[in-house]
Design a protein around this ligand. Structure first.
Ligand SMILES: Nc1ncnc2c1ncn2[C@@H]1O[C@H](COP(=O)(O)OP(=O)(O)OP(=O)(O)O)[C@@H](O)[C@H]1O
Length: 462
């Protein structure tokens, strides 16, 4: 177990903040015993030909947008890790087609189950994206710009080009961390890494293209018509599977640290793939180490308060973020709604209060069709969210348990509303009535998920 410094000291005097209000990512560095060093070095040793690791030497707080204090108010804070510069000059590199300075790799088509990532050349990347043609631009994130590309073997890929910042070595550390972590991952519900390019101040990641927008866009109705409950349940289960794989079946276990609706990409069949491993952390080799004391990173509104308080990172921080995500999926709201009345601003707080008052129906996304079966399913999903969100991490379920509970909810919902799973599903109409939710008054944290016959999953929190 790592020795943890006093969070108070770190907060009071050793954090620097910088502002970028577009994003909500948070990164707070505890550098007293910065285990990132040992982690990166350890991980680097394990991979045969590896990156030269640049270790952070200074302390900083990296918070991209709003953080919530105990009273639920939002303070403007920022993130340093990715720079503001939009300098994407291609000229300096257009003549270069040499391989990048990172040389770890193998073929993306390898079936060995080993980590795979191609070390792309500039030439390949330029060809794939037609010189980063604006016509191929598909998105812009806190870390840079994303382009659609086509590799010479015909694979369609997303090319993520990091924003340049020569002065911030954290960018490089994060980039290398992302490649190292991502290259170890292979799961249907996780976006696959194809390769990377790192040379000078140019940092590019090439990943599987998932072309149907983000979950957040779907919830906003920007892609499709807002997702039916059955589709949301399938997506929640996909995310639970992805996180179960990372926590339980990947070697070493991986904590994603930035689970949020905009990091979940949706396929044409409305299934989910989790992306973005910029903040992910691998657990130490030593299985006795159950948590890591580290920089606090994540996104405002999704961040585990226990992690913020103690700097101890465990997989239960992802479980907390997953709880926030479930609430987001059931309500359609963002985790922080700064334009709503005060009591509704922090969506999880508002939703959980309504749930406990027996009014889960009030928080249900107005786009969702109201039926007795869907009302019941939403209530059960919110109860699962409630246990994911308990303040003490030990009391939260594992992701595997969350997946099992969601399967059961889906099975019951399918039995009660088979038509919800057919193609005839349509969004709620304003005229459809609201049905009361049965058993909504349960206030105990000891909850059961199951059918009326008592066939249930139980989870008891503290
Ligand atoms: N693999 C992909 N396939 C298709 N589109 C993608 C892919 N990855 C990202 N995008 C698109 O690019 C946008 C920006 O993605 P990116 O991961 O850089 O940023 P973000 O997750 O929104 O922000 P941040 O990096 O600050 O968390 C996404 O919202 C999505 O629309």
């Amino acid at each position: 177990m790592k020795k943890t410094p006093s969070p108070r000291n770190v907060y009071s005097s050793q954090m620097k903040e910088k502002s970028d209000t577009r994003h909500g990512n948070i990164s707070k560095n505890n550098n007293h015993a910065f285990p990132g060093l040992s982690y990166i070095i350890g991980a680097a040793k394990k991979v045969t030909a590896i990156f030269r690791i640049f270790l952070p030497r200074r302390q900083k707080s990296n918070i991209r947008n709003g953080a919530i204090d105990d009273s639920g108010s939002i303070s403007q804070v920022s993130r340093l890790s990715y720079a503001n510069s939009t300098d994407h000059s291609t000229e300096s590199n257009t003549k270069s087609s040499r391989k990048s300075s990172c040389s770890y790799v193998s073929s993306p088509s390898s079936k060995s189950g080993q980590a795979t990532a191609i070390n792309f050349s500039f030439e390949e990347i330029y060809k794939a994206t037609e010189n980063f043609s604006p016509a191929n631009k598909i998105g812009e994130g806190g870390s840079g710009t994303v382009y659609k590309g086509k590799l010479k073997d015909g694979s369609v890929v997303a090319v993520k080009r990091a924003r340049k910042n020569k002065h911030d070595k954290y960018l490089l550390v994060e980039f290398k961390n992302e490649i190292l972590t991502w290259s170890k991952i292979e799961h249907l519900n996780l976006v696959k890494l194809f390769g990377f390019l790192e040379h000078g101040d140019e940092r590019i990641i090439v990943v599987e293209y998932v072309g149907n927008g983000t979950l957040r866009e779907h919830l906003d109705g920007r892609g499709g018509n807002g997702l039916e409950l059955a589709e949301r349940l399938d997506i929640a289960i996909d995310v639970a599977h992805a996180l179960t794989y990372l926590h339980t079946y990947s070697d070493p276990p991986i904590i994603h640290r930035d689970v949020k609706a905009s990091n979940i990409l949706i396929t044409e069949k409305l299934r989910a793939k989790v992306t973005d491993f910029g903040f992910a952390r691998m657990s130490e080799e030593d299985s006795a180490v159950s948590h890591i004391s580290t920089q606090v990173k994540g996104t405002a509104g999704y961040l585990d308060p226990d992690y913020l308080r103690t700097y101890q990172l465990t997989e239960k921080s992802d479980v907390y973020s997953f709880g926030v995500l479930l609430v987001e999926m059931m309500t359609g709201r963002y985790p922080i709604e700064s334009k709503k009345p005060i009591k509704e601003r922090v969506t999880i707080r508002w939703a959980m209060q309504c749930l406990k008052a027996g009014d889960a129906i009030l928080v249900m996304d107005p786009r969702l069709r109201r039926t007795p079966a869907s009302n019941m399913a939403v209530e059960k999903i919110l109860r699962l969210a409630d246990v994911c969100l308990v303040p003490t991490r030990q009391s939260r379920p594992t992701m595997k348990k969350c997946a099992e509970i969601l399967w059961k909810i889906r099975k019951d919902f399918r039995e009660k509303a088979p038509s919800s799973f057919s193609s005839s599903s349509s969004p709620a109409s304003a005229s459809e009535s609201h049905y009361p939710i049965g058993d909504a008054k349960k206030k105990s944290r000891h909850i059961s998920f199951g059918n009326d016959e008592g066939d249930s999953y139980k989870f008891t929190s503290a």
